[in-house]
Design a protein. Structure first.
Length: 413
């Protein structure tokens, strides 16, 4: 794939093989898109379905024009070695000729939209019967490649526009941009969220801490019709994770699984790496490792989670939010305003993150409680000196900022 022509040839080969495979095996396909929460939702849906049917989900970042067909063709975890692509093609042809009795009955496919046309391409390829849109927000990630946020929403809408009339569009009721898309589909609409009119309603949401304010997890109830079922998630924090669980509950109900059984399937759910993972840190600190990626909506949610701590000094390590284009300044300044209300000490990493620092100081955060670093390398060398006993430390920024290096410096497990 050293040139675009070679890439396009490979892309077309994979598309054809994937479509032939779907036609032969006819699995139920679930497509998941949104600006945030796709991977966590995918993992939660997989946790519900894997105990009921043969289920495969996208691995890692296999959510694009190569990754989606790869998931359809096999349970591949990474692209590796010079013989990888010939192997994929050979095995795909093999299961087209000889029936593979272990081929999954359900495919859970994460679908990313980095540029216009991505979701339409992936949806036409995979033809899902169930489509989930997680969240979009006022300034969505990747908006740099679109004229405006509304164009991003229209891109996401392609997932549910192509659903069949007997399909299901599972939509986040609490995200106005997502909920407005409900008129774009002929499929049955199933909503989830905290709003009272959500089909899958989240109620009685609480964080649980031990006597030292180390997070034990969250509890909440799901109401579906007249049925109320409690959920307990160990060492999980943040509303975004609850939304992922609620979307998975909706999928389980579509497949006719009892709500109590769904709760049991999700009891051991853990978020993917660097998505609000709770870690023990140096100096008896708590680390909220949410450094996989960042957008305004996910940054605000992370800060809200941080603010749930009342007995520990709240430290935020925030990096640049990338791919926001002309909205970069506005978005970072808005996060700075939020940060001033919710943190005791702020560490910013990157050129755009300086805007967060400036805005936080402007809105009342003591400038002596703000540190700014150019990159994660320089921050990781100095950050231990800034941490005090019993801090709770949120680490969040776009993936390219490499804030996982800071997590590695701070964690003890």
């Amino acid at each position: 794939m050293k040139s675009r022509p070679v890439f396009n040839i490979l892309k077309n080969i994979l598309r054809l093989l994937a479509q032939w495979t779907l036609a032969k095996y006819k699995p139920a396909v679930i497509g998941i898109t949104g600006s945030v929460g796709k991977t966590s939702t995918k993992e939660a849906v997989y946790a519900v379905l894997k105990g009921e049917r043969r289920t495969r989900r996208s691995q890692g970042n296999f959510n694009n024009e190569l990754g989606v067909p790869l998931t359809i063709l096999g349970d591949y975890k990474e692209i590796r070695g010079i013989l990888f692509w010939p192997k994929v093609i050979f095995q795909a042809l093999g299961q087209l000729v000889v029936f593979n009795k272990n081929y999954p009955e359900i495919l859970v496919l994460e679908m990313a939209a980095d540029r216009p046309g991505d979701i339409e391409y992936l949806t036409r390829l995979a033809r899902p019967k169930i489509g989930i849109i997680t969240a979009i927000g006022k300034i969505p990630v990747h908006v740099e490649f679109y004229p405006n946020p509304a164009a991003v929403a229209r891109e996401k809408a392609h997932l549910i526009e192509f659903l069949p009339a007997n399909g299901f569009a599972i939509l986040n009721r609490d995200d106005d941009f997502v909920w407005d898309l409900r008129t774009k589909t002929r499929a049955h609409v199933v909503s989830y969220g905290f709003e009272e009119d959500a089909d899958i309603q989240i109620i009685n949401f609480e964080y649980k801490f031990d006597e030292n304010e180390f997070p034990e997890g969250i509890t909440f109830k799901i109401q579906y019709g007249n049925v109320f079922v409690p959920f307990h998630l160990y060492r999980v924090m943040g509303k975004p994770q609850i939304y992922s669980i609620a979307a998975a509950v909706a999928v389980g109900i579509v497949f006719g699984i009892n709500l109590v059984k769904i709760s049991d399937y999700l009891a051991n759910y853990q978020p993917p790496d660097h998505r609000m993972r709770i870690l023990k840190g140096i100096k008896n600190s708590v680390i909220l490792d949410d450094c996989y990626n960042a957008s305004p909506i996910s940054m605000k949610a992370a800060l809200e989670t941080l603010s749930s701590f009342t007995q520990r000094r709240k430290v935020a390590v925030l990096g640049d939010m990338l791919e926001l284009g002309k909205y970069t300044t506005e978005a970072h300044e808005e996060i700075g305003k939020e940060t001033a209300k919710k943190v005791d000490f702020l560490i910013c990493v990157g050129s755009a993150a300086r805007l967060i620092a400036d805005s936080a100081i402007k809105h009342g955060l003591d400038k002596n409680k703000v540190l700014i670093f150019n990159n994660s390398e320089s921050a990781s060398k100095m950050i231990k000196k800034a941490i005090t006993n019993n801090d709770v430390i949120l680490v969040k920024g776009s993936h390219a900022m490499q804030l996982e290096k800071i997590v590695e410096e701070l964690k003890i497990e």
